[in-house]
Design a binder for this molecule. Structure first.
Ligand SMILES: Cc1cc2nc3c(=O)[nH]c(=O)nc-3n(C[C@H](O)[C@H](O)[C@H](O)COP(=O)(O)OP(=O)(O)OC[C@H]3O[C@@H](n4cnc5c(N)ncnc54)[C@H](O)[C@@H]3O)c2cc1C
Length: 399
């Protein structure tokens, strides 16, 4: 179970973390971001990921704060990292079958696994590999790993331990507070050589020793990382058209774990006659994320209660019956919710929409401008996406 206190699940905590980080988001970030000082030690990275993942804070806010403080040149590297998140989200949104294929692969690899003990040892940090075992325990205790540790861990999992990649990605999903279908699946695929075809990531003793400040220098690591092979992903489709705007009339606002600050995404809570916030445990992958979302949802409901005219309630399960009852109590026929990208919440909303329609109710998903503008550019690799960043940000800021 993650240690309490590492990610206080409130917007206030996210804003304070951002404010504390901004002065160091320039040169200090560039110079220190690859160094993993270990759990509990101050480091150069922001540790904003659980807040960004559940949109307790938005990419636009974070980028704007860093740009204001550091200017475009000073902020460049940090913004690039934030835009990795946007890129992965857009990439998956236009190729949703990569997510369903990951789930199928995970299930198939589980069924076909011959050595359950090796898997259990890797998950529990009992492999005898220095560093790897420590990261496995750190992940279980904190729900977080530094980006470099995630890369080393995934590489050792795939190329040294020769464990099935999708079971490693599944472990991360179950343990990370920031567990994300796009960032996690596509990063694991990238390490394995499935994402940028043929290009893998090999963790080496020297690199680990250098960037852990000498804490770890594991021996016996694989010296080669031959790319795994899979059929190529589907070509990118356009973004799904659901990017609605809130209707002119009264509506019920629905907030899910995908976006706990709907007011930042073009939905004005003052126009909602009531709101429902769901921390539905089935929409998170593991206990760490569930705990974070459960408390962040209470915080979101408190914030919305100050803006929404009518009652704001917490809903344990995103089920049609409860949504219909909430809409009837609010005397509305339209529900408005932030757009949910590929993952369990999108599936649950699609199902809910069908059930609501059968009751004569409409569910409108509103996609954030940031996503609508930036996601379509995730057509090919990140470097092509990155080239367009200055122009895209310029447009975004001038709106
Ligand atoms: C195998 C593997 C699995 C990963 N799984 C996840 C995941 O499930 N959820 C997740 O949010 N990130 C994931 N990442 C990306 C990255 O490791 C984390 O976002 C980052 O470590 C979070 O720490 P931070 O907030 O201090 O990052 P900072 O360096 O402070 O970056 C700021 C923000 O930019 C975004 N970001 C930074 N680097 C990346 C990246 N490489 N990819 C995507 N977004 C990035 C994050 O939202 C992060 O909070 C994964 C990376 C790897 C290699």
């Amino acid at each position: 179970m993650p240690e309490p206190g590492m990610f206080p699940p409130t917007r206030q905590a996210a804003l304070e973390r951002l404010a504390g980080f901004v002065p160091a988001a320039g040169r200090a970030y560039v110079e220190g971001r690859n160094l993993d000082p270990g759990p509990g030690e101050p480091g150069a990275v922001s540790r904003l990921s659980p807040y960004l993942r559940h949109r307790v804070i938005s990419e636009a806010e974070v980028v704007e704060a860093v740009l204001q403080a550091q200017g475009p040149a000073g902020a460049e590297k940090f913004i690039q990292e934030v835009l990795w998140r946007t890129y992965w989200k857009g990439w998956l949104e236009m190729r949703p079958s990569t997510w369903s294929r990951f789930l199928e692969t995970r299930d198939r690899q589980q069924e076909g696994l011959a050595d359950w003990r090796a898997l259990a040892d890797a998950e529990a940090g009992r492999t005898g590999i220095e560093g790897f075992d420590d990261w496995a325990r750190e992940l279980a205790q904190t729900g977080y790993l530094h980006n470099h540790a995630r890369m080393w861990f995934a590489s050792i999992w795939i190329f040294t331990l020769r464990l099935p990649w999708a079971l490693g990605a599944d472990l991360f999903l179950r343990r990370l507070v920031d567990a994300d279908p796009a960032s996690n699946t596509l990063s694991w695929r990238w390490v394995a050589g499935l994402q940028t075809q043929g290009k893998t990531y090999l963790a080496t003793r020297e690199n680990i020793a250098r960037f852990t400040g000498g804490r770890f220098a594991p021996s016996g690591l694989a010296t080669e990382a031959p790319a795994l092979v899979e059929p190529a992903p589907e070509p990118p489709a356009g973004l799904p058209s659901a990017a609605g705007t809130p209707p002119p009339g009264p509506f019920l606002l629905l907030a899910t774990p995908e976006d706990l600050t709907p007011d930042l995404g073009g939905i004005d809570p003052a126009r909602a006659v009531a709101a429902v916030v769901t921390p539905d445990t089935r929409l998170s992958f593991g206990e760490a994320a569930r705990q974070f979302v459960a408390e962040a949802a209470i915080d979101a409901a408190d914030r919305l209660a100050r803006r929404v005219a009518g009652p704001v309630t917490l809903l344990d399960h995103l089920d049609v019956g409860s949504l219909v009852a909430a809409a009837q109590a609010a005397r509305v026929r339209t529900l408005v919710t932030p757009y949910a990208p590929v993952g369990p919440t999108a599936g649950a909303l699609a199902q809910a929409a069908r059930g609501l329609e059968a009751e004569g109710l409409r569910l409108v998903q509103v996609r954030r401008d940031w996503d609508t503008r930036l996601w379509p550019h995730a057509m090919a690799g990140f470097f092509a996406f990155r080239k367009q960043i200055p122009a895209l940000l310029q447009q975004e800021r001038s709106r």
